[in-house]
Design a protein around this ligand. Structure first.
Ligand code: MN
Length: 201
């Protein structure tokens, strides 16, 4: 686990983005950030071993099991990134507005014990290119899979909702507000706020 790539891509003195953080709590956190960069996308981030494994999902998550949403794996992000909502200034990597579109905790579908054991299992699944998780968010709930595409660019994955009681044909991306501030991307773009939340949540 290293944040070398994350740090290499950014000049941390010039952006309000977090640079570190230590995982806290007995549960594994996740965050989905809506990011109006050059192209709008959703950043899907799962806590594993004190960093956030990250995928950029151009169309955003879907609750429809028929949809397979392309998810490009990107560099690990620091744990504290899960609290970041605000503006990455012009001229910086990923310049644009970020809101916390969803957050909560998650666990592997396969039963496993402590957080440590869950992380061990998840890292094994990550390596094998097939993550199966249960999400406990405000917007995203129930079972999801992240499956690495074979014979494609090696960072291309698919994010797929499993059929369960939370599967739905409703477009979840129509829910446009931050689950933290209640603001849309446009509102945050006008009046930035820095989120510095208790890491113990
Ligand atoms: Mn992004």
């Amino acid at each position: 686990m290293t944040l070398t790539t994350y740090k290499k891509k950014r000049t941390l003195a010039n952006t309000p983005e977090p640079s570190g953080g230590k995982a806290a709590g007995a549960k594994l956190h996740f965050v989905v950030q809506k990011h109006a960069a050059t192209r709008l996308h959703y950043d899907f981030r799962l806590e594993m071993n004190s960093v956030l494994k990250s995928w950029a999902v151009p169309k955003g998550p879907s609750l429809n099991p028929e949809d397979k949403r392309l998810a490009m794996m990107v560099e690990d992000h620091p744990y504290d990134y899960k609290n970041f909502e605000g503006i990455i200034p012009k001229g910086n990597y990923g310049a644009g507005t970020v809101i916390i579109w969803d957050e909560g905790y998650y666990e592997p579908l396969e039963e496993s014990g402590s957080k440590k054991e869950q992380e061990k299992l998840l890292l094994k699944q990550l390596k094998s290119g097939s993550l199966k998780i249960r999400m406990f968010g405000k917007k995203l709930k129930g079972e999801f899979a992240l499956v690495k595409l074979k014979n494609a660019e090696n960072n291309a994955w698919l994010l797929i909702k499993h059929k369960d009681e939370y599967a739905s044909l409703k477009d979840i991306t129509l829910k446009t507000k931050s689950v933290i501030s209640g603001k849309t991307i446009e509102q945050v773009a006008k009046k930035p706020v820095r989120r510095t939340l208790d890491a113990k949540r």
